[in-house]
Write a new protein. Structure first.
Length: 108
C-alpha cells in the first residue's frame, strides 16, 4: 500500500480514538525500521495483543519478531485476515497459522 492513499487509511467503522498510537510500516515486521519498539518502551508495554491483515506475511512475521523480543502475545481466534489465495482458502490459512502459533508463540 502506498502511504497517504485511500488504501493506507483506517478501515471504516474501526473504533479508534485521538489517544491511539500509530506506527507507519513498510515491511512485514512491524518492528523493522519503525518507532514501534520505542513507542512500546515509552508506554511501558509488557504484553501484546495482535490482530491484523495478511496472516501469512505481516501478522506471522510480527508475532515472531515480538516473541523474539520477549513479549507475551495474546490473540483472539480469527482476528486476522488475508487476501484470497488460489491454493489455500482464507479460513484454512488463518486456522493453519493459528495452530502454528498456539502454545508456542501466542496464548489464545
Amino acid at each position: 500500500m502506498e502511504k497517504n492513499t485511500d488504501a493506507w487509511q483506517l478501515v471504516a467503522g474501526l473504533d479508534h480514538r485521538d489517544t491511539d498510537h500509530y506506527v507507519d510500516k513498510t515491511h512485514p515486521d512491524s518492528f523493522h525500521k519503525t518507532v514501534l519498539q520505542q513507542t512500546l518502551d515509552d508506554l511501558t508495554v509488557d504484553e501484546l495483543e495482535i490482530c491484523g491483515a495478511e496472516t501469512q506475511f505481516c501478522v506471522d512475521t510480527t508475532i515472531k519478531a515480538a516473541f523474539d523480543r520477549g513479549y507475551p502475545i495474546v490473540m483472539k481466534h480469527h482476528m486476522t485476515s488475508t487476501e484470497e489465495d488460489d491454493l489455500i482458502p482464507v479460513p484454512v490459512m488463518v486456522t493453519h497459522y493459528e495452530r502454528i502459533w498456539d502454545h508456542h508463540l501466542v496464548t489464545f
